[in-house]
Write a protein that binds this ligand. Structure first.
Ligand SMILES: Nc1ncnc2c1ncn2[C@@H]1O[C@H](COP(=O)(O)OP(=O)(O)O)[C@@H](O)[C@H]1O
Ligand SMILES: [Mg+2]
Length: 320
């Protein structure tokens, strides 16, 4: 079964997209994994880090973007009568395979427009009144939130070793749905006070999500780790270390990636060529750091899976 990992932080500009596309590239290119990147941000940064605007326009024209899977899921949930003539969109028909000419690296193209919040709220309200009399509006909302991204990914999970979800900053419906659909979440951050506040705010909200899905065994929201990207001019600053220490105090040290992503102009420049720096400049300091972070991520997953296996063995022993 594939690992689903959501890249999240309440703050924008902290390196979520850069980390997503480069880790995905390293997993496919160096480790020969089958990887799908899903762009869930209407700023479509992950999309434009891997394909050109012209290619994106073509995908949009051909209705090969995430938007069509989202609207289909909304229509189905609202139990709207489906037009038998209407095309059914399948994730496998929409993804771009071997993106950036990397074998095993696929992209589910995002869209500048994913859903209409008012229409979704109206649909959920009507559904709670019509079909689910015993359920509150909040329960209907939570059910939808839980199934939206899970439902979109479900037919593709078996085809990938990793599915990485590049989330928008903030905490919208799609981000929550992505976190709930994931096995792990990865938090990129900058060692700056406001970025640290972003981490704390997200953790509080995720704690609430865990509470909502406490009794649901299919939902297991786990932090895989925090990856720091350093800003220009501060690479050797003690102040940076102090801020990172503050985060280390809040989380177990195993949750902080040892690899720090340096400030490297090649990372920013790569976006101009619509390919991740791990491909355009594999020997740059940035690309090397992403390769190291990928190895660390694989190790963290191994440890986490080992712990899960141990727990399940223990519970079997308990049962016997
Ligand atoms: N380590 C880095 N060195 C130089 N530029 C970076 C680095 N990480 C990100 N950037 C640049 O900073 C901007 C924001 O990064 P991005 O990954 O899009 O953040 P987010 O997804 O959190 O909004 C982008 O233009 C990106 O190219
Ligand atoms: Mg982004």
């Amino acid at each position: 079964m594939g690992n689903v990992i959501a890249t999240v932080n309440m703050k924008g500009g902290v390196g979520k997209t850069t980390l997503t596309v480069n880790i995905a590239t390293c997993l496919a290119k160096i480790h020969r994994k089958k990887v799908l990147v899903v762009d869930l941000d209407t700023q479509i940064s992950a999309t434009l880090s891997m394909i050109s605007p012209a290619e994106f326009a073509k995908c949009r024209k051909e209705k090969r973007t995430l938007r069509h899977l989202v609207s289909q899921a909304i229509a189905r949930y609202g139990a709207q009568v489906e037009d038998p003539e209407k095309k059914v969109y399948q994730i496998k028909d929409i993804v771009i395979p071997h993106v950036c000419q990397v074998q095993g690296l696929d992209l589910l193209v995002g869209d500048i427009d994913l859903y209409d919040e008012f229409l979704v709220s109206e649909m959920l309200y009507n559904r709670s009144l019509l079909y689910e009399q015993k359920q509150s509006f909040q329960q209907t909302w939570s059910n939808f939130e839980q199934t939206l991204i899970q439902g979109i990914l479900a037919p593709a999970i078996q085809n990938y070793d990793f599915i990485i979800l590049d989330c928008a900053p903030g905490y919208n419906l799609i981000t929550r749905s992505s976190i709930v659909a994931s096995d792990y979440y990865l938090m990129p951050a900058r060692p700056e006070p406001l970025s640290v506040v972003g981490i704390q705010l997200l953790e509080r909200r995720i704690e609430k999500l865990r509470e909502i899905y406490r009794d649901d065994k299919s939902v297991n929201i786990q932090l895989l780790g925090i990856v720091f990207s350093l800003s220009a001019g501060f690479t050797l600053s003690r102040y940076y270390d102090k801020v990172m220490d503050r985060v280390s105090n809040d989380f177990s040290s195993t949750k902080i990636f040892k690899t720090k992503i340096p400030n490297d102009v090649n990372i920013a420049k790569a976006v101009d060529d619509f390919i991740p720096v791990s491909l355009s400049k594999p020997n740059s300091s940035g690309a090397k750091a992403f390769a190291e972070a990928t190895v660390e991520l694989l190790k963290k997953l191994e440890v986490s899976l080992g712990m899960k296996e141990q727990t399940s063995r223990l519970s079997l022993v308990d049962l016997e």
